[in-house]
Design a protein. Sequence first.
Length: 290
Amino acid sequence: MTASDDSVENITLTLSCPNTIGIVHAVTGFLVSHKCNIMSSQQFDDEMTDRFFLRIQARCEKPISLPALQAAFKATAEAYDMDYTLVDTKRPMNVLLMVSKFDHCLNDLLYRLRMGQLNINVPAIVSNWSDLKPIADAAGIPYIHIPVTKDTKAEAEAELQKVIDENNVELVVLARYMQVLSNEMTQKLEGKAINIHHSFLPGFKGAKPYHQAYDRGVKLVGATAHYVTADLDEGPIIEQQVFRVDHTHQPEDLVAAGRDAESQALSRAVRWHSENRVMLNGHRTVVFQG
């Protein structure tokens, strides 16, 4: 067999299905039959839902096209009623970043991208304000300004959808994008949009959450990265980050700690999703960390 333009050397297979006997045997047998050497394997059996989750990374010892491998796996997937993805491990995921005026999460993601810590491609940055355009310009990424008002929300989301479609976007990251997406938009992006919430959910909602926390004398501040759903800030949680604080911390100290928590939680959530480590499990998630 000779290598082709669509041949793959390393693959990542993630799946979930009803738990039963023989799943691992069937999957590993399939990989062996196609000369794929398993490099790592993680699994989880959810006894509460009787559902099985598996993530495998493998190296193809002989050139094979990814479409051919995906087509061949369908029979195994159908036999066990699997929800699955089978992808080229090395291919970057197309990720659209959305921002408003806060820049800490955007700066952190772009830094990690530049340092090679994120296997993603950012075709564009979308914002309802023009403030952060210099950051996008410095990174060489197109900055698309889509203003949003109550009266223009439908038109703005139609323009956003066009950006998503034209750039083959696989994940939308709301990196402190301060607009609520419509129910229709969140349904289209189900499992493919991550938001960062400025609290360790459940937490203080509404205006000035860190000042509310200060007034209540909290000992922990944090942030929560979760998938976007129609229920505001109630989506399946991917990652959370907390910092311990005490009586000496002023509101501005809590703001600074909160921004660090937001950046760290969001970057980990983006990395894990882009590496196909996160799987939905009802309203919860299974996260196979590296």
